[in-house]
Write a protein that binds this ligand. Structure first.
Ligand code: NAI
Ligand code: MG
Length: 505
């Protein structure tokens, strides 16, 4: 690897992986793309190319889907004993942990996030979902159901349900947590007995490809069970969402593309699960532990540079504590060290791409034009080639401002006070968005906490915390934040069909 490109000392495997040709993974083999073309992958801290990946198209997707179909129909995975499946899925978790350092470095180089965060959060959360799911492989059960025989009195029937794999799954993932999103998709699909065609984000294909290589080298999955096609959304994602041999599509990304995918999936009425955007409120009551709330609300928006679907991007603080809270968050924002993710002292890296940088910078400018008061940050800088946006706090925002209404997906929080209104009114304000992914409520009053949790229209409510994830907890959205849930045993509903069997005794 050319050191001048990377600037950092990296794990040997990272250097080898970056410099070699990266192909598509279809039917257990690394194959060239039909187009013969590749696309560049850049380090968002420098804007320099660090690798290139194969540009998959509809022909590659067709081959991958047929491989997944053949593997599914043959029963090579589905019919394997559940205990064996569970062992393999667990093993993938162990392999991820074994390769923590290189996967964390790849994630940092590809996405821009601090390498220490990737090593402490992204990689272990990825291994953990495999281990959590491995346990479920032997526990996917149906029910026996008592039958009333209303119109055939005296007859005896025995009815039960089977929970079966949905089939071939097309999985399309984004760039904000590249490895973790791959893990959230692959682990439950394998657990349910499905086969997979995964399409990583074009901005960040590296960790999913390296994970696939690690799994391939371990020789633990039958061929065709996992296929990976890199490429652009329109070229590789769209044909996967449309393909008539795909039974289910799982997507994480923008609400806009989520809607396109539901239309594409309608040709053969694929099952669809969607994990989309958000505009999550952080609501701070005056009785809260204010120092904890300030630190928590800052982390809610600044973690992963605000590139989180559940980022706490709308801050509501009671007027009695509003100044203290907004100034406290502004102080944290000003002290966050922004720099390349691979530098040990960096607390916030660059945004993932120039496109995302331009989008976030545009929202910051629109916020200023619309009368928002910048009390921290508000500046951005790509003069080094990297896509750096400083953590930004807007005070004096209101529900009519573009930056309050739309998902920014960057380190920008919009703060507004509330007065002694009813909980109903506060909840209505928090719910005044097309999204419904998450919220956090900060209070010491247990009754307020539970009442607010019930009133918030979102798939996750955190009390006195934010961004707390666990493989066991279902995650997903109300309203335009999506369909279905990821993680927990809830996710298995996305990957299974229920069959009712009735036997005339
Ligand atoms: P996107 O929704 O365009 O991309 C996500 C994935 O969908 C990528 O793999 C992409 O290649 C694929 N894709 C794009 N167009 C497609 C199509 N027509 N058919 C099938 N697949 C397609 O998101 P993008 O453009 O990277 O980011 C735009 C905005 O989306 C962000 O600024 C953010 O607001 C939101 N977003 C939300 C995420 C979440 O976790 N919910 C993650 C990433 C982005
Ligand atoms: Mg897009």
């Amino acid at each position: 690897m050319d050191a001048s490109i990377l600037n950092y000392k990296v794990n040997d495997n990272v250097g080898d992986f970056l410099s070699k040709e990266k192909k598509l993974y279809i039917a257990g083999k690394w194959v060239d793309p039909d187009s013969g073309k590749s696309f560049d992958v850049e380090d968002p801290a420098t804007g320099k190319k660090i690798a290139s990946c194969s540009a998959g198209n509809s022909k590659d997707i067709d081959l991958a889907v047929k491989a997944a179909r053949k593997a599914f129909d043959s029963g090579v995975w589905t019919d394997m004993s559940n205990s064996e499946k569970g062992k393999i899925i667990w093993k993938i978790g162990d392999l991820i942990d074994k390769h923590n350092e290189e996967l964390a470095q790849l994630e940092s180089l590809d996405n821009g996030k601090p390498v220490a965060v990737a090593g402490a959060a992204d990689v272990p959360l990825s291994s953990d979902i495999f281990r959590y799911m491995a346990g479920w492989a032997t526990k996917i059960e149906g029910n026996t159901i008592p039958y009333s025989c209303l119109y055939t009195p005296g007859a005896k029937y025995h009815s039960y349900t089977l929970r079966e794999p949905v089939g071939v799954c097309g999985q399309i993932i984004p760039w904000n947590f590249p490895l973790l999103m791959a893990a959230w998709k692959i682990a439950p699909a394998l657990t349910a007995g499905c086969t997979i065609v995964l399409k990583p984000a074009e901005q960040t294909p590296l960790s999913a490809l390296r994970l696939t290589e690690i799994i391939h080298d371990a020789g633990i999955l039958p061929e065709g069970v996992l296929n990976v096609v890199t490429g652009f959304g329109e070229d590789a994602g769209a044909p996967l969402a449309e393909h008539p041999m795909v039974d289910k599509v799982a997507f994480t990304g923008s609400t806009e593309v989520g809607k396109i995918i539901t239309k594409a999936a309608s040709g053969n009425l694929k099952k669809v699960s969607l994990e989309l955007g958000g505009k999550s409120p952080t609501i701070i009551f005056p009785d809260a532990d204010i120092d904890a709330a300030i630190a928590g609300a800052a982390s809610a928006i600044f973690f992963n540079h605000g590139q989180c679907c559940c980022a706490g991007s709308r801050l509501f603080a009671h007027e009695k504590v509003f100044d203290k809270v907004s100034e406290g968050i502004a102080k944290i924002a000003e002290n966050i060290k922004v720099g390349p993710g691979m530098e040990a002292s960096t607390e916030m890296g660059p945004l993932v791409s120039d496109e995302q940088y331009q989008k976030v910078a545009g929202y910051i400018e629109s916020g200023k034009t619309e009368g928002g008061e910048v009390i921290a940050g508000g500046n951005y800088d790509n003069s080094s080639g990297g896509h750096f946006v400083h953590p930004t706090v807007f005070a004096k925002t209101n529900a009519d401002m573009t930056l309050v209404k739309e998902e920014i997906f960057g380190p920008v929080v919009c703060a507004q006070p509330f007065s002694d209104e009813s909980l109903e009114k506060i909840a209505n304000e928090a719910n005044n968005t097309n999204f419904g992914l998450a919220a956090s409520v900060w209070t010491k009053d247990i009754s307020v906490a539970h009442k607010m949790a019930a009133k918030i229209r979102a798939g996750t409510v955190w009390v006195n915390c934010h961004n707390i994830f666990d493989a066991s907890l279902p995650f997903g959205g109300y309203k335009e934040s999506g369909w279905g849930r990821e993680m927990g045993h809830e996710v298995l509903k996305n990957y299974t069909e229920v069959k009712a069997v009735t036997v005339n005794l």
